[in-house]
Ligand binder design. Structure first.
Ligand code: LLP
Length: 444
């Protein structure tokens, strides 16, 4: 890492702030008004330096021990983002052949720093990963271990394997994104794992060298990570006594961020979220549990690296009043950003041009999709707005575009990456023709 990189590092909570004579929102030095004019809306906007800063914060928190950050591709799989993370030395956590193809495009060498998670890997996906020579397979069942052994034997390629164990730890988060309890489909019970490790050790083409866990996502306390790691450390010791030497411990992802509160709006209201402090506490909890173990630590952060680097820029189509409620109807919908509909997730919404004279009102911010669940906010106090005004939905860099769909035959948004004052189109806006292509060929 060049020395001056640290000095230019962006360590604030978000890269979005008001600037300029008419007080308009910027991503780093790029004006969102100009970006909307140039690239259209809805538009995902990400700050490159913010992602780099978060990577650096996370990396430094573990600097004292051998480790590799394996960015969770699912959080935001855009090729340009993968490519620059690969250049920063990141590895990758992938969950499908498609994600592996993306990592291969981002950098062939980086693909050898990939770990492959997921409960339902197919034989084709396993073969691609074996041929690529990925770092580790995070195996999630005895049946998967058998299939992996058979494919590796057939290709005469060795597979380094980690069992994803289920530590039976409760992590306070949304039930849809909690994974570390026995009732969840993920991982293998620690008790059962011994037998599978023994079986794998007998396989000539499997090398059981790792233990992995992932207890859930958007976890705001370091404690459950520490508890899970203690259970992993105990397993590592037990395996050692049976002759299985574990070289990699994979702590998974899940470090949460602050979605509520913002420092852009009035310059006073600051979220109680310090990314450096969060990373340090997380690292300390893991360290405490792993003390004395001679292993390389793998980490799979997704959200922590990219969520707050991104905003979804949308234009208000209509302001509608129905007597009881005020609606701002935006050109972005639940197909572009499903987190509020799916998890009742909160995203801060800022007017792109701040106008203190406009006054405030209470609004439901909704999209054009034909579902009552198509909302971004309900009963939110916002600056009064008119048709044509722009809004920014904050903290949408993770699980925004990656969870988007074409519901209602809506083409997905474009994505731009801001580098200082310049913005680069890193994904073209989809067209209706793109959506129809796969069906037209089969038209009767
Ligand atoms: N590793 C594994 C094995 C995972 O399953 C996940 C996320 C991660 C790492 C990264 O977790 P993160 O650091 O981003 O929390 N769509 C949901 C989040 C689903 C997370 C799924 N697994 C959301 O929008 O909140």
């Amino acid at each position: 890492m060049p020395r001056n990189f640290l000095e230019t590092m962006n360590s604030s909570i978000r890269p979005f702030r008001y600037a300029g004579a008419n007080s308009s929102l910027h991503c780093d030095q790029a004006s969102l008004t100009s970006l909307a004019a140039k690239f259209g809306t809805p538009l995902y906007v990400y700050s490159r330096s913010h992602i780099a800063g978060r990577f650096e914060i996370f990396d430094r928190a573990f600097a004292h021990r051998p480790h590799l950050i394996c960015y969770a591709v699912k959080a935001n799989p855009n090729l340009s983002i993968l490519k620059f993370l690969a250049r920063m030395g990141s590895g990758f956590d992938i969950v499908s052949g498609g994600e592996l193809e993306r990592v291969l495009l981002a950098g062939r060498r980086a693909a050898r720093r990939a770990v492959f998670s997921g409960v339902g890997k197919t034989a084709e996906e396993i073969d691609l990963a074996l041929r690529t020579g990925i770092l580790l397979f995070n195996v999630e069942s005895g049946a998967e271990a058998e299939l992996l052994a058979a494919r590796a034997r057939r290709l005469r390629l060795k597979a380094r394997v980690s069992l994803r164990v289920n530590p039976d730890v409760f992590a306070e988060t949304h039930p849809y994104i909690s994974t570390g309890l026995r009732e969840h489909k993920f991982g293998i019970g620690i008790g059962e794992s011994h037998k599978i490790y023994r079986q794998m050790a007998k396989e000539p083409f499997l090398e059981p060298v790792g233990v992995s866990v992932h207890i859930g996502s958007q976890i705001r306390s370091a404690e459950p990570f520490g508890v899970a790691m203690e259970r992993v450390a105990e397993l590592v010791e037990q395996l050692k006594s049976t002759g299985i030497r574990i070289q990699y411990v994979d702590a998974g992802g899940g470090v949460g961020v602050e979605y509520v509160g913002f420092d852009a709006q009035d310059g006073k209201k600051r979220a109680a979220f310090d990314p450096q402090d969060v990373a340090a506490r997380y690292a300390a909890a893991i360290d405490r549990a792993l003390r004395g173990l001679d292993v390389t630590l793998l980490l799979e952060p997704g959200r922590f690296l990219v969520a707050q680097a991104g905003a979804l820029l949308t234009r208000i189509l209509y302001v509608k009043r129905n007597g009881r409620k005020n609606f701002l109807i935006t050109d972005a919908g639940m197909n572009d950003l499903i987190r509020p509909a799916l998890y009742r997730a909160h995203h801060e919404i800022l007017p792109v041009v701040r106008d203190r004279a406009a006054g405030m009102s209470t609004f439901d911010v909704v999209g054009p999709v034909c579902e009552t669940g198509d909302f971004f906010a309900r009963g939110r106090r916002l600056q009064r707005a008119k048709s044509g005004d722009l809004l920014a939905l904050l903290d949408t860099g993770a699980y925004g575009m990656s969870l988007s769909s074409n519901y209602n035959s809506r083409p997905r948004p474009a994505e731009v990456l801001v580098e200082g004052g310049r913005a680069r189109l890193i994904r073209k806006r989809e067209t209706v023709a793109d959506l129809l292509r796969a069906e037209r060929s089969g038209l009767l």
